[in-house]
Ligand binder design. Structure first.
Ligand SMILES: NC(=O)c1ccc[n+]([C@@H]2O[C@H](COP(=O)([O-])OP(=O)(O)OC[C@H]3O[C@@H](n4cnc5c(N)ncnc54)[C@H](OP(=O)(O)O)[C@@H]3O)[C@@H](O)[C@H]2O)c1
Length: 253
């Protein structure tokens, strides 16, 4: 199947490692020019090198998505280079693990700026261009926590639901401009983030017993779902929350 991504420009947030990097690599392999970003320059450049090796055009930008100034810089540099973004994938690092009483107001503000603020800022930056060209794909990377809270991850459980609410609302508002907006919810996927969660709590390694497919996911398996939603082929899919979780979520819908 031709995904129709050739010649498209994709901005993939938080993409020097893990899920974001796997998404950027696959979109690039499908013919898109990709913009990747992260805070650590060295890791980012390694990712850019790997994606360029796939024959793709890559713009790599150092920036912290939690900072309004950095977000504005990432948006401005992207538009300066490409003039437009066809596919926006919102993403950031995950907030710290912990239960309600381990966090104060500053932690809640930080998690909100990191998860919700970054998504709002990036949509604000790239929406005018998508509307103008009457074509766009906005895809949020959130978490299985949107449908089923994960133990000991209260910041993620609470704030990611707001990102899902934002995306569903945007899908209602932006359909008239031929812009689709979807939410993809990773389950336990083998990345640095998961390794850190296991370091902090070795019991997380045993969670495979709760996953019908009996194993953790691979970033490439997650990326395949995002690439499809980003594609021309997903033109009549909007407003969905798609889990890529090996079946971990226990609800019917
Ligand atoms: N992997 C899983 O099992 C899983 C499951 C559910 C949800 N998630 C969520 O999915 C998202 C991606 O997870 P992942 O597993 O890919 O994480 P990861 O392996 O830790 O990678 C995170 C990436 O985001 C970048 N990043 C982090 N904070 C950033 C910031 N403020 N500004 C710009 N870039 C930033 C990191 O680079 P720098 O550190 O250099 O900035 C890195 O490239 C996270 O929010 C995570 O919580 C993951």
């Amino acid at each position: 199947m031709d995904l129709g991504l050739n010649g498209k420009v994709a901005f993939v947030a938080a993409s020097s490692q893990g899920l974001g990097k796997a998404v950027a690599l696959l979109l690039a392999q499908e013919g898109a020019s990709v913009v990747i970003c992260g805070r650590n320059k060295k890791t980012l450049e390694e990712a850019a090198k790997q994606i360029r090796a796939a024959g793709a055009t890559v713009l790599s930008l150092v920036g912290d998505l939690s900072s309004v100034t950095d977000r504005d810089y990432l948006i401005a540099e992207t538009l300066k280079e490409y003039g437009k973004v066809d596919v926006l994938v919102t993403n950031t690092g995950g907030p710290p693990a912990g239960k309600f009483e381990s966090f104060g107001q500053a932690d809640w503000d930080k998690a909100t700026q990191q998860l919700l603020g970054s998504a709002v800022g990036l949509v604000n930056g790239f929406l005018p261009g998508m509307k103008k060209q009457n074509w766009g794909r906005i895809i949020a990377i959130t978490s299985q926590a949107v449908k089923q809270p994960v133990n000991n991850l209260i910041l993620s459980n609470a704030v990611r639901a707001s990102v899902a609410g934002l995306m569903k609302s945007l899908s209602n508002e932006l359909g008239q401009y031929n812009i689709t907006v979807n939410n993809v919810m990773p389950g336990y996927t083998q990345t640095t983030r998961l390794n850190k969660l296991i370091e902090g709590n070795p019991a997380v390694a045993n969670v495979t017993s709760e996953i019908p497919l009996g194993r953790f996911g691979q970033p490439e398996e997650f990326a395949a779902a995002v690439a499809f939603l980003a594609s021309e082929r997903a033109s009549y899919i909007t407003g969905v929350s798609l889990a890529v979780d090996g079946g971990w979520i226990k609800s019917i819908l």
